[in-house]
Design a protein around this ligand. Structure first.
Ligand SMILES: NC(=O)c1ccc[n+]([C@@H]2O[C@H](COP(=O)([O-])OP(=O)(O)OC[C@H]3O[C@@H](n4cnc5c(N)ncnc54)[C@H](O)[C@@H]3O)[C@@H](O)[C@H]2O)c1
Length: 267
């Protein structure tokens, strides 16, 4: 039985991916900082018929000791960790960079960038020993260098996640580790992320123009998880990038937006 660990998987995109892995009889490991959400996520996973185990650990990915103990605990339960997805991530308050306070800067960079680096480094060693495994990092706004007002800090972290992932894939290959590293680019997902900064921090007010764009380009996380999980399970290449919202798809969505009746923000 194969095992997948997804960080930030007590809700949103991470949980939707875990559900699909469970359907494929993977052992699924919930890793999240939010203990209440972990309980609900476990209940949701239990509803799905599967031969796989469900494991869950409250973990703050910014703390190396938390991640180490998660890995140790998982390895006590299963022999091999086949897939690790660095998905935990938080949004920023919708403000220009000079209005963002230092605590917010520290916390966002700690989670979105340093958390990904810490987890990658620790799981890489495990996978090198196993001589097998895949690591995926979730990209986001900024990964492709685009700029949007009020998203510069988040964009900086995701731009760095992109570089880091490519560099990790390069090292993994050059040093013959047998570990595959890749990127997941989900586009816009209608999750808590778009409404709250720093995980469960301050509310983000979306203006009408932003809502309109989200209604055109956005999708529920299950749709995108469906696309990604199949790609991940069938992947056998290093340095891949799986993109949901391609430029072509985005252009098509805008061209056909007159027929688009979706409203994710209906009261
Ligand atoms: N929602 C979008 O439009 C969108 C678009 C592109 C990329 N992304 C990225 O997708 C990923 C998942 O986002 P989502 O939309 O499902 O968000 P979400 O807020 O629904 O889920 C994120 C999860 O991460 C967890 N988390 C936060 N800090 C953590 C920490 N320190 N340690 C462990 N877990 C922590 C949260 O508790 C939450 O369960 C993130 O990396 C995000 O940057 C999101």
């Amino acid at each position: 039985m194969k095992t997948v660990v997804i960080t930030g998987s007590a809700r949103g995109f991470g949980l939707e991916m875990l559900k699909l892995f469970r359907k494929e009889n993977f052992n699924t490991v919930i890793c999240d900082i939010n203990d209440k959400a972990i309980e609900t996520a476990k209940d949701e996973l239990e509803k799905i018929n599967s031969k796989g185990k469900i494991l869950a650990y409250q973990t703050d990915i910014t703390k190396e000791e938390d991640v180490k103990s998660l890995i140790d605990n998982v390895k006590k339960e299963v022999k091999i960790i086949d897939i690790w997805i660095n998905n935990a991530g938080v949004n920023q308050p919708n403000k220009p960079i000079w209005e963002v306070d230092k605590n917010t800067i520290d916390r966002l960079i700690d989670i979105d960038l340093k958390g990904t680096i810490i987890c990658s480094k620790l799981i890489m060693k495990v996978m090198i020993e196993q001589k097998h495994g895949q690591i995926f990092n979730v990209e986001g706004h900024g990964s492709n260098d685009a700029k949007i007002l009020g998203l510069s800090l988040y964009g900086t972290s995701k731009r760095a996640v992109t570089y880091f992932t490519e560099a990790l894939a390069y090292e993994a290959e050059q040093l013959n580790t047998n570990v595959l590293v890749g990127k997941i680019t989900p586009g816009i997902m209608i999750t808590n992320f778009i409404h709250t900064a720093l995980g469960d921090g301050e509310q983000i007010e979306l203006d009408e123009k932003t809502k309109k764009v989200y209604n055109i380009l956005g999708d529920y996380p299950e749709t995108i998880a469906n696309y990604m999980v199949e790609k991940i399970i069938n992947n056998d290449k290093n340095n891949v990038k799986f993109t949901w919202l391609t430029n072509r798809k985005a252009a098509w969505r805008f061209m056909t937006s007159g027929f688009n009746k979706r409203d994710f923000f209906k009261e």
